[in-house]
Write a protein that binds this ligand. Structure first.
Ligand SMILES: Nc1ncnc2c1ncn2[C@@H]1O[C@H](COP(=O)(O)OP(=O)(O)OP(=O)(O)O)[C@@H](O)[C@H]1O
Length: 308
């Protein structure tokens, strides 16, 4: 399902939660929606799901505006960590309601996920633990198979095995039933393998939108003897440096072309990708205290220059 967002603004009184956000999701992918606390992720998903009406700008899903448009909203699902959509009687009541709401509901999948998460059908949703309520939300979000499904930090409180069940189930079901999935999370390294494309928000605006491999290509860890690493990284943007005896691992920002990679190999240096989380920290660093970020949709920065 294609999502078009044009100059989107959302205000809560004086607070601009979204401030002229423009981007397009072509759909049929798993998108990672990242951003620091308060950057506008929940606000954006709330507008996309028509939970809130935008203050200005436009949102179109499958070519149609979403607010008060049941034809489109019945095909959009937003699962939040607060679980308000699941807060109804017992777990089986919540599933019944979700089935009534969702035209693409898969009851078989819902039952098998309930089992996998160890959720009892007769349990009252209000009496569930935080992690159990999150798991309930995951069941409803996945079994609903909405063509646009958004999970907003929906793994909050889930323990590690439950999160693994969620990620595995999401990927397996997405492979069988491709759709547009948007996932927001602060556990970046944990969810990064799921993302095909990443959007980063910053203060209500789009900071960056890029396919994951290209984004990961922006950073490299250079490891080797300290003096050779220093010589190789001279003039590059070094985000971090760790020293272990005579060996240094330096994280550099910006693509390295083939010639530079050959040069590194010739110097006996090891090159490795940088985790998405490290890049995220760099890209969203506070401009007052640290390197700033690349503009939205911009090509990767030159090795020698700090973007924006
Ligand atoms: N109901 C509300 N009333 C007033 N301000 C709000 C409300 N909800 C969010 N905001 C403000 O809007 C901005 C964006 O909040 P939002 O919840 O969209 O961010 P977020 O990226 O989802 O944050 P987090 O990662 O912490 O969940 C913040 O400045 C926040 O304080």
């Amino acid at each position: 399902m294609k999502v078009e967002i044009d100059g989107l603004g959302l205000r809560y009184g004086e607070t601009a939660a979204l401030d002229g956000l423009t981007c397009t999701l072509d759909g049929g992918k798993i998108y990672g929606l990242l951003g620091r606390n308060g950057s506008g992720k929940t606000s954006l998903m709330s507008v996309l799901a028509a939970f809130r009406r935008q203050t200005f700008g436009q949102v179109r899903v499958a070519g149609e505006p979403v607010f008060e448009n049941r034809r489109v909203t019945r095909r959009i699902s937003l699962i939040t960590h607060t679980g308000e959509t699941t807060d109804i009687g017992t777990a089986e009541d919540a599933l019944y309601f979700a089935e009534w709401l969702r035209p693409d509901w898969d009851g078989e999948l819902a039952r098998s996920l309930m089992d996998a998460f160890g959720l009892a059908p007769k349990a009252k949703v209000k009496e569930m633990s935080t992690g159990q309520r999150s798991a309930m939300g995951a069941v409803i979000g996945l079994a609903g198979r909405a063509p646009l499904t958004m999970f907003d930090e929906c793994h909050l409180g889930m323990d590690v095995p439950s999160r693994k069940i969620f990620y595995d189930a999401l990927l397996a079901d997405y492979m069988d039933h491709p759709r547009t999935i948007v996932l927001s999370s602060h556990l970046i390294d944990e969810v990064a393998p799921l993302f095909e494309e990443v959007l980063i928000l910053d203060r209500g605006r789009l900071l960056l939108q890029e396919e994951t491999p290209a984004l990961l290509g922006r950073g490299t860890t250079v490891t080797g003897p300290a003096d050779r690493v220093a010589a190789f990284t001279a003039g590059l943007t070094v985000l971090d440096e760790r020293r272990l005896g005579p060996t240094v691992a330096a994280v550099v920002y910006g693509p390295l072309d083939d010639a530079r990679r050959r040069e590194a190999a010739g110097a006996g240096l090891e090159l490795a990708p940088v985790p998405l989380q490290d890049l995220f920290v760099h890209l969203t660093a506070d401009p007052a205290g640290a390197p700033a970020a690349a503009p939205a949709g911009a090509p990767a920065a030159e090795p020698s220059g700090e973007p924006r």
